[in-house]
Ligand binder design. Structure first.
Ligand SMILES: [Zn+2]
Length: 319
């Protein structure tokens, strides 16, 4: 593919832009985007976001989101797919934009439905093909979700997870794991089939014990806005016991908005709220923590600006 010099935006997956699901109780949410935080002293990346899922009271283009993020020191993102359409869209977006890398996968909660209608294998073949693209640097989000998928869907979920692990290993790229109420089974599966060299527990949700196990396995822990939530002491305890070399940060936008804006729309420009809370809790120098996270993120996904074929002109200074 011929590299583009200007950032461009491929068409959103059909239907035109997927909306964030409203919370079931019909609770009225405040849909105004929160104010921008103070800029970070050192650039970081948001290693897990969903540009294709719209939220908020205004339509914000990918270009505007990237600009807003860069202004506060969030200089690049990993756009994460959850089905074939969003994965293909993310891969195309990343191919033309030096601030974006892509992750591609079938979400664990989508696997059972595809299996039922007989299209899971086809979908996995599409993901495998997308994973070969140079700016697709992770397979994810994949994993296990026992919160939303019941017993009857678990066979398909395990099969899909194992297939994704295999894709990541064959392409030599990272694995981004979605683990909801399934820590033991995620661990057992990765041990049984062998985890990829770069494995990331996205939106880490375990406690200090699980964090220690993950670190012993050589994996990375990515912290989302949930680490700022008042009652999530276990996440901050996990953060405190792991080496800084294993820490990543993400938004999982438009979900998991950090405090003090929980429940409002989330986007990559909100990362500084989470990183500041992390630095404060760790009693770490904010700039040092940011620098560490950036080094870790590049160790997992590679460089955002190398080998992309973009012109040097628009290159982003990440340091
Ligand atoms: Zn996600």
């Amino acid at each position: 593919m011929i590299a583009q010099h200007q950032p461009r935006e491929p068409q959103q997956p059909d239907p035109s832009q997927r909306r964030r699901a409203e919370d079931g109780a019909g609770t009225k949410r405040d849909l105004e985007f929160p104010p921008a935080p103070e800029a970070l002293p050192f650039a970081v990346y948001d290693n897990h976001t969903h540009f294709d899922i719209a939220d908020g009271d205004t339509v914000v283009s990918v270009a505007e989101q990237l600009e807003k993020a860069a202004l506060v020191g969030v200089v690049g993102v990993v756009q994460v797919g959850t089905d074939v359409a969003s994965s293909a869209w993310g891969a195309e977006l990343a191919a033309g934009n030096e601030r974006i890398l892509a992750a591609v996968a079938i979400h664990p909660n989508d696997a059972p439905g595809l299996e039922t209608v007989g299209t899971l294998d086809d979908a996995l073949r599409c993901i495998d093909a997308l994973a070969a693209q140079p700016r697709v640097r992770a397979v994810g989000e994949t994993g296990l979700d026992f919160f939303r998928t019941g017993e009857d869907g678990r066979g398909a979920q395990f099969a899909s997870f194992e297939a994704h692990i295999d894709i990541a290993k064959r392409h030599g790229i990272a694995l981004q794991i979605h683990d909801r109420d399934a820590h033991d089974e995620v661990l057992a599966t990765l041990r049984r089939v062998g985890a990829p060299e770069k494995t990331v527990l996205h939106c880490f949700s375990g406690d200090a014990d699980f964090a220690r196990i993950a670190v012993d396995e050589g994996w990375y822990l990515s912290f989302a806005g949930t680490v700022t939530f008042k009652n999530n002491h276990h996440l901050r305890e996990a953060l405190a016991v792991i080496p800084r070399e294993r820490i990543l940060v993400e938004t999982d936008a438009p979900f998991l908005t950090p405090m003090p804006f929980r429940g409002r729309p989330n986007a990559s420009y909100m990362v500084p709220y989470t990183v500041r809370a992390m630095a404060e809790f760790l009693d770490a120098d904010l700039g040092d923590l940011c620098a560490r996270i950036t080094e870790n993120t590049e160790a997992v996904y590679g460089s955002w600006v190398d080998d992309v074929g973009l012109s040097d002109q628009g290159r982003v200074a990440t340091k």
